[in-house]
Design a protein around this ligand. Structure first.
Ligand code: G3P
Ligand code: CA
Length: 275
């Protein structure tokens, strides 16, 4: 049943359509675009030779057939790995377990490591407006350089200086206030999202680090502290919630009036919102 919101809520594909395809791969992002997602979320890390790649964990062990920290590997090392088979049941799962991803693409490039540059190209070629929510992952040995490289890349795609924050096709998110500070210092008009995992007393009144316009609380925070959204709104902030996969949580987000829902299941959430 649809629970139609009174205001428009953006649906953001978390690591791509990551319920249906391996997270952070071209396959997952293509599916999210096909599904009609308004925006794509991706985590970025810097390789040992200075390339930004879309990988969540510090190490590649969980999502590939390789081992080691992204920050210690070069892009060529990562390109040799398979970031899809963990999801198909071909590697790392018991024989009797059903694979949870059945439509594996033929082209290995669809499930190899994804550079942020390639993701930006995919979005540029999408044929419709698709926004990007890019998360800088910390801690990392390359702190500072991540933000520097990110801004160089965004500049190359003409995305570093949006005319107005409300219309920006890109925003930068982080749990690290220092990372967002670096972004704002170099690109003051780029919208930033402060991700909140624990509602510390310092954050409870709805205040965010200076200059940050958007709050990114977890859905768990909203379940336990629904009044937090109102406090954020009263403080003038937008609210983007992660990771919202259950229908009752989507309803909660609608009722609280959040601005964006970040989900592994963009198609299901869009349907629930009547889109
Ligand atoms: O979209 C924010 C969310 O992705 C933060 O958590 O661990 O999934 O990166 P994580
Ligand atoms: Ca993330």
């Amino acid at each position: 049943m649809t629970h139609a919101p009174q205001h428009s809520i953006q649906v953001v594909a978390h690591r791509g359509a990551s319920e249906d395809a391996p997270e952070h791969t071209l396959a997952a992002y293509r599916k999210a675009i096909e599904d009609g997602a308004d925006a794509l979320e991706c985590d970025v890390r810097l390789t040992a030779d200075g390339h930004l790649v879309c990988v969540h964990d510090r190490r590649v062990n969980r999502t590939s057939n390789g081992r080691g920290a992204v920050s210690a590997l070069e892009l060529a090392d990562l390109t040799a790995l398979d970031f899809g088979s963990w999801k198909t049941g071909e590697a790392g799962r018991g024989r009797d377990e059903e694979p949870d991803w059945e439509n594996r693409p033929e082209d290995p490039a669809d499930t190899s490591v994804l550079t942020l540059e390639r993701l930006l190209e995919l979005v540029a070629d999408a044929g419709r407006r698709v926004e990007l929510a890019i998360e800088t992952k910390h801690p990392t040995r390359w702190a500072g350089q991540v933000e520097e490289r990110l801004l160089v890349l965004l500049k190359r795609f003409g995305l570093d200086t949006p005319a107005g924050a409300d219309r920006s096709p890109v925003r930068v998110m982080s749990f690290s206030a220092r990372s967002l500070h670096r972004i704002r210092a170099a690109a003051p008009t780029l919208p930033t999202v402060y991700l909140v995992q624990f509602l510390s007393p310092r954050l409870r009144d709805g205040r965010l680090p200076a200059g940050v316009g958007i709050a990114g609380p977890s859905i768990r925070i909203l379940r336990n502290h629904p009044g937090y959204v109102e406090r954020l709104k009263q403080a003038g902030h937008r609210v983007h919630v992660w990771t919202v996969n259950e229908p009752e949580d989507v309803d909660l987000c609608v009722d609280l009036g959040v601005d964006a829902i970040i989900t592994n299941r963009p198609r299901a959430v869009l349907s629930q919102l009547g889109r």
